[in-house]
Ligand binder design. Structure first.
Ligand code: ZN
Length: 199
């Protein structure tokens, strides 16, 4: 159907297909919905996208997405600089924060290694992590809190090697977290225990 669509409509559909999990049919449905039923929402979406792309960047310290040079967590001087917890996503970081038991600092990879999907070391924040570890003399322990999925474990392996090569103590969240699970969806008590029992 997009074959017969006018140029602007086709361009919109193609742009929507850049979203993960959105194929040709969903993109067409979204485009028709926005143009037919929600033109105000469509403009809002366009403006929010533009503002976010222009105004959101990586935190200079932890690599998460931030509006300022430092994210609020990195800007907090009361956080313990001797511990650095490495997570895959801001959602995983938020899950650990919600337990209230961790007062150290973070590094957010913004993804995990996944060779099958073409995601290699340069596609996630491994280089900035190395840089962080090299320029943060206070760090004594790197807590690897990537997910307990195949990709998370592979990522954990690389992160651990990187940190050990710099002579840092490396711990991994304990195995209380179910295999195959993403931290984001694990209950707080389990995460808190996994943190306390890290090895
Ligand atoms: Zn930060």
């Amino acid at each position: 159907m997009s074959e017969a669509s006018p140029g602007r409509l086709r361009a919109l559909m193609q742009a929507l297909q850049r979203l993960p999990g959105v194929g040709q049919r969903s993109a067409a449905r979204m485009a028709y919905h926005l143009l037919q039923h929600d033109r105000d929402g469509a403009l809002q979406l366009a403006q929010a996208l533009q503002a976010a792309v222009q105004g959101v960047r990586h935190c200079a310290l932890c690599h998460t997405l931030a509006e300022d040079e430092l994210c609020p967590t990195c800007a907090d001087p009361t956080r313990d600089a001797t511990q650095l917890c490495v997570v895959e996503t801001p959602a995983d970081q938020a899950a650990i924060e919600r337990t209230g038991v961790y007062r150290g600092r973070y590094f957010v990879l913004m993804g995990h290694l996944s060779p099958l999907d073409g995601i290699g070391p340069d596609d996630i924040g491994l280089r900035p992590l190395l840089q962080r570890l090299q320029t943060a003399p206070a760090v004594q322990e790197v807590i690897v809190a990537t997910n307990f999925t195949a990709e998370g474990e592979a990522t954990a392996h690389v992160v651990s090697q990187l940190a050990r090569a710099l002579g840092l103590r490396v711990t991994r969240l304990a195995r209380g977290v179910p295999v195959g699970s993403e931290l984001e969806y694990v209950d707080l008590g389990t995460i808190a225990h996994a943190l306390a029992d890290r090895h």
